[in-house]
Structures are given as C-alpha cells and as structure tokens.
Design a protein around this ligand. Structure first.
Ligand SMILES: C[S@@+](CC[C@H](N)C(=O)[O-])C[C@H]1O[C@@H](n2cnc3c(N)ncnc32)[C@H](O)[C@@H]1O
Length: 270
C-alpha cells in the first residue's frame, strides 16, 4: 500500500502530459502493452486511464504485489511471472514498459526478453527515478523518538539492504547506451518532473492530503519493516507530526515543504 500510494501520486493525471510527450504512443490504436515488474500496479492503473483503447498486461515475480494489484485495480491483467523468462510468445506486444525495475535485472536479459516479446517496430519504455529535491517542513523533522529508534537498530540489519539501490543501477548515460547495445533503435531520452508540494495552489486538497499521507506511510513502513520491539513510540511520534502537518494544511498555514523527483524515460524501438 505504501509503494502504491507513492506511485499513484507519481502517475497522477496532472503529470500525464509530461509522460505522454516522451512515450509518444498512438492513443487511437488498440495497443497491447506489457508492464514488467509492476509492483502494486499504480503505473498500469494509470496507463489504463491514459490509453483507454489499450489492452494492458502487467507482471511481477512477487505474488503479494500481484494479489494486491488484482484485488484493487480493474481493467488490467495482472500475472505472476519472471522478467528474465517472460511467459509470452515472441512478437506479441506493441509496447513494454517498466518503472524502477531495470536496476534489479541483469541488463542483457532485461532488454533481450523485452525485445523478444515486442513485435517488430514495437516500443520499449524504461522509466527510472533520478535524484531530486527534498525540503522538509519544520513540523516533519525527525523526532527524538524516531532518532532513538533508528539508533537502536544495528547497522547490519537487512532493513538497510532492503532500502539499498538495485545491483544493476546505471547512470543517465548508461541506460540509453545499454539499450542501444542490446539491439534497440531510435533510442531517445526524456524526463518528467514530479513536483509534490502540498501547499502549491495547483493541487487539489485531495491530492495535497494524499501527498502528506504518502509521506506518513513511507515513514511508518520504514519503522515497521525494521521488525524491532520498541517501535511504538516512534510510530506514535510519526503519526503525531503528520497529524500536525495535516492540521497546518487544513488551516491554510503554508509550510512549502517539497519533494521534487525526476523520472527518466528511455525509449527505444525494436
Ligand atoms: C522498485 S520495485 C518497482 C515496482 C513498480 N514498478 C513501481 O514503480 O511501483 C521493483 C519491482 O520489480 C520486481 N522485479 C524485480 N525483479 C524481477 C523479475 N526478475 N521478474 C519480475 N519482477 C521483478 C520486484 O518484485 C518489484 O516489484
């Protein structure tokens, strides 16, 4: 749910024009789209709205993501499956797409499988999160309870590994080069700027509160996944500070805290 909430924001309709310009897909065609490593399914859910004529299939090897996505998202076929051995015929999709998955899979295999299932002329879209800007509201600074919780966790705990970057992470120059080396043509790069600033007037109250809730869930999930006793005080402190952030928002007392992330989109043709 935590990942779903943060991705739902990133793939909100307010950002569609930016994605659409780089995706450069024919919206009038009945495209067959395959999402690789879909996680909880937020990107496919948005693709279903953005390209209503498309037939969307999404796979992930994690069965809990697939069961979450199947239960919560309509109009997309979710399947458990491995991106290194896609359970599809050659030449069977018009588009393959993935978000923050490339860094987890050996590049030659990642590209090879997508090229295999794409029809000739089909489009591969590889999205990845790049560095952005983070500015925290004073009321959301780390509390003493959180600090003491994190200090109590041993640095060798696998929580840190869990939040680490993928094994095959590549730079902004390496991804398009790797795509070309693996047989894709007409490779282009583009960027979508995802500005999450709850106080910005361009966002609805619902969107602003979803941003604050997504931050809250992110902090709570980090604490919970540490599986440590003594987490309750930190959980209470997190809830209290986000309740305060919501109160300030609702009373119109602006904080201008912001999280701006950049999504890189690399596009290539089979
Ligand atoms: C960082 S998550 C991104 C999830 C989703 N794309 C999103 O943006 O919310 C990486 C995803 O890739 C999936 N994944 C990693 N290796 C995979 C593989 N070989 N086959 C299928 N899925 C894989 C993971 O299970 C996980 O859901």
């Amino acid at each position: 749910m935590t990942l779903y909430l943060s991705r739902k924001l990133r793939f909100d309709d307010v950002f569609f024009a930016q994605y659409d310009r780089v995706f450069d897909l024919d919206r009038d065609k009945a495209l067959k789209i395959l999402e690789i490593g879909c996680g909880p399914g937020a990107l496919s859910e948005s693709l279903h709205r953005w390209y209503p004529g498309a037939q969307i299939t999404a796979i992930d090897r994690d069965s809990s993501f697939i069961s979450f996505a199947s239960q919560n998202i309509a109009g997309v076929r979710f399947l458990e499956g491995d991106a290194t051995d896609l359970p599809f015929e050659n030449d069977s999709f018009d588009v393959t797409i993935s978000n923050t998955v490339q860094e987890h899979i050996e590049p030659a295999v990642f590209w090879r499988e997508q090229r295999r299932v794409l029809r000739p002329g089909g489009i591969c879209l590889c999205l990845s999160a790049r560095k952005g800007i983070q500015c925290t509201a004073p009321c959301l600074q780390m509390t003493a309870e959180e600090k003491s919780f994190w200090e109590s966790i041993s640095a060798s705990d696998d929580t840190f590994e869990k939040y680490g970057v993928g094994k095959y992470r590549m730079s902004e120059a390496e991804i398009p080069a790797s795509m070309e080396q693996n047989g894709f043509k007409d490779v282009t790069t583009g960027y979508a700027l995802i500005d999450l600033t709850p106080d910005a007037p361009k966002y609805s109250a619902q969107m602003a509160e979803t941003m604050i809730e997504a931050m809250r869930q992110n902090d709570l999930e980090a604490i919970r996944s540490a599986h440590s006793s003594g987490a309750q005080k930190a959980v209470d402190a997190v809830n209290k500070k986000y309740d305060e952030r919501l109160r300030l928002y609702r009373e119109g007392i602006r904080q201008w805290d912001t999280s701006v992330s950049v999504t890189m989109i690399v596009r290539g043709r089979k």
